[in-house]
Ligand binder design. Structure first.
Ligand code: NAD
Ligand code: UDP
Length: 310
């Protein structure tokens, strides 16, 4: 059994990761300031006496007594709507929060896992994106608070590896969806599911021809755990390479929900990436991981949760 700290534990991915680590027999310390998280996501985790939750802002000094084997840093604002509303909090958690959690990992001689993002590639000029692609990010652009804080975070992780020989992992996560996403999260799948289930028009931004590649949450969690258990210290893309236009996604959501909602087009947010698809050759060959859940199946699996919530 390992003793593991998970920051962002009350969030969408953090809560599923806590559940998985508890199922695997570990002791889990969750940490969250609930800026976007929801404690009800941790209902299953609270059944375990190996789980503790600390309400704490990870941009402030973190004190944990006793040993830690791993620090998994998931805390962040993750939805474009949230990080546009809270750009300074986003920069602080990506920069100061990453620094504090790295300092803690160094103090405890723990393995450190950083949840980076496909947004380090910005609005990519190559598709699909391999880890070697250096990205196309506007440092003064409307999404830069997120993109640049994650790029800075990766750089800080690299520096702790080089300077302090910290054992590190970097997951570049691509669009992931599933139950426990907030209905007001603002990301496309919760928006479309809520709209389809309440009979509102689905709001497609721009002409809807921009693409994303959507990964179901259980696949993503398997990938994160495989990365943690590996010795791969270089960044690794984790996502589903099944690339879809947002128009296609809207049609599939209508089909899966059986909704007769219409579709309206709204203005495309500035600098919305035109394409996004992970090149997963590295994670396939080095971790033997690949996603298993198709988009339709993942949406069907999420349907009950969204029906309950609306
Ligand atoms: P989420 O918003 O559901 O969860 C993030 C959690 O971090 C929330 O519970 C929030 O309250 C907490 N948090 C934010 N700032 C904090 C702070 N200063 N101190 C303590 N807690 C804080 O987001 P998610 O989708 O679960 O994303 C988890 C991680 O994965 C994030 O780092 C995100 O950038 C990364 N990621 C997610 C996706 C995706 O598609 N879900 C894609 C790429 C990267
Ligand atoms: N999008 C949309 N309608 C919505 C929400 C989002 O058309 O109600 C589009 C958005 O412009 C982007 C894609 O869906 O092109 C994915 O957006 P999301 O906010 O989920 O994440 P992103 O990949 O942009 O970080």
């Amino acid at each position: 059994m390992s003793r593991i700290l998970v920051t962002g534990a009350a969030g969408f991915l953090g809560s599923f990761l806590c559940d998985r680590l508890l199922e695997d027999g570990h002791e889990v310390i969750g940490m969250d300031n609930r800026v976007s998280g929801q404690t009800e996501n941790l209902e299953d985790a609270f059944y375990h006496d190996r789980f503790t939750l600390y309400e704490h802002d990870v941009t402030e000094f973190i004190h944990i007594s006793g040993e830690l084997d791993a620090v998994l840093h998931l805390a962040s604002l993750a939805s474009p709507v949230f990080y546009r509303d809270h750009p300074i909090k986003t920069l602080k958690v990506g920069a100061l929060g990453t620094h504090k959690t790295l300092g803690l990992a160094k103090e405890k001689d723990a393995t450190y896992l950083f949840t980076s993002t496909s947004e380090v590639y910005g609005d990519p000029e190559v598709n699909p994106q391999p880890e070697s692609y250096r990205g196309n990010v506007d440092p003064y652009g409307p999404r830069s608070c997120y993109d640049e804080s994650k790029r800075y975070g990766e750089s800080l992780v690299r520096a702790y590896r080089d300077k302090h020989e910290l054992d590190v992992r970097v997951a570049r996560i691509f669009n992931t969806y599933g139950p426990r996403m907030r209905l007001d999260d603002g990301r496309v799948i919760p928006n479309f599911m809520k709209q389809a289930l309440t009979g509102e028009d689905l709001t497609v931004y721009g002409d809807g021809e921009q693409t994303r590649s959507f990964c179901y949450v259980s696949d993503l969690i398997d990938g994160l755990v495989a990365l943690l258990e590996s010795d791969v210290e270089e960044p690794v893309n984790i996502g589903n390479p099944d690339e879809r236009s947002i128009n296609e996604l809207a049609e599939i959501v209508l089909e899966v929900t059986g909704s007769d909602s219409g579709i309206t087009h709204e203005e495309l947010p500035p600098q919305d990436p035109q394409v996004r698809r992970p090149d997963i050759s590295k994670v396939r060959s080095e971790l033997g991981w690949e996603p298993e859940v198709s988009l339709r199946d993942g949406l069907r699996k999420s349907l009950g949760y969204f029906e309950e919530r609306v």
